[in-house]
Write a protein that binds this ligand. Sequence first.
Ligand code: BG6
Length: 522
Amino acid sequence: MENQTNHDPVAIVIFGAAGDLTWRKLIPSLYSLREENWLPEHFAIVGLDMKPLGDDDFRARLREGVEKFSRHGSPGSDTWQSFASSLSYCAADFADPACYEKLRVRLEELDKSWGGEAVRIYYLATPPDLIQVIPERLHAARLAMNCAKARIVVEKPFGRDLHSARKLNRILTASFDERQIFRIDHYLGKETVQNILAFRFANALFEPIWDRRYIDNIQITVAEQVGIEHRGLYYEKTGALRDMIQNHLIQILCLIAMEPPVSFAADEIRNKKTDLLHAIRPISPERVNESAARGQYGAGWIEGKRVASYREEPDVAADSTTETYAAVRFFVDNWRWQDVPFYLRTGKRLPSRVSEVSIQFRPVPHRSFPAMAMRDFQPNRLMLRIQPDEGILLRFQAKRPGIQMHLSPVDMHFFYQEAFRAAPREAYETLLVDVIMGDETLFKRADQIEAAWSVITPILEAWESSAPPDFPNYAAGDWVVEPASVLIAQDGRNWLAPSVAVLEERQDEWTSLEHRKSGSSP
Ligand code: BG6
């Protein structure tokens, strides 16, 4: 992408501008983009929310967010002044048509001062129920008409099941053309998630073995150390399956398993992902128990600190049955993947924050080495580390130094930071630039979202109709969630330790080896 300073003028209208997403993600990302010249010269952000706030208070609050969360850290006073001059706020009731009239006047003023019609981006950073109102009101106020210049960005959660997602799609497409709709999944903006396509399709080495003949199973882990962070009201109605599996993990699965695209055109990539979603074997209601497992954290210890159980969190019912952990086994019914299990798991309050895809290859077909040499044998494993310490690890066997033949697994590493001398940028920065450019590749199309809901519907229905008997069933700070271990053990496998843990373990082994060699005590 090139520097955007010469782009048409852009006005971003944020609905929900007094909220957390605007504060933590949107404005810090826009600020970083401004700092790096990704925004056009004529650029404005109009914040709308219910809260009565003056422009100055609005700017002061956003400055705090930029200080805390932007990659560029604390802004200098001149740079902040120049960025802040593009920010304005308007207290508004989103259901009231008068709000849209005011907005129209404001946008027309901006167009006039810039000498042409700006690209208008309506960003819905609002609670989900408002997504049902705003598009229709924008349309009624004739703010959605210009297909080439008006865009709407919709945050997750996109519905809470297939039925409500379809309804939302109908509401959106009644007022906006599909080409104007940008449904965000911030995981798709992460560098390492995008790198899955580069890794698979820009290298000749891996694609020939990327199938059922060489791969035994694939595990996708998104582990979080945090709990629900004051989002009890939202989380109680959502749970891990809806919050994470339906969107982020299934999107990663699509990138790992989809067929090679013919081009990088937005619809070509999205078609290939949708094909994959359609190939996921439906889970029949009577097989949900052998295909999915759920958990909820009890009290425990994380990094030496005592943390409360989920049921003790604010706004959570004392007998809540909401899952904070979900694990699912999918199969993909096509030639490439027949009978290869894809295990997906995610949970809150796990020991470390790590998102990773582990591709476990099959063992060699014939072991010609003596049994002694193979004591530590492990089949090849490829780990795509999405966060933190973004990178890729390939594990293979090597001969240990020594007279006898003794094989040991060793790792080959690629770290983003080391290779490119730069930390990956915030996902929202990439996604916001794409919305400005009108590039939909990283955004979800209506059919994709509906297909993803269809995939998890049987699990949602089964879990909603039978309360879990054993919640809470894992301690905060523990990797082991019994039902998930049982889920994978039935296939004779186990969850692979994420490479963060592996690296720490290796580091310990290495340190004690060094100590042994030098004769010092560890
Ligand atoms: C959000 C979920 O979509 O993703 C949160 O609603 C979760 O519950 C977050 O914590 C995780 O995102 P990241 O980028 O921190 O891995």
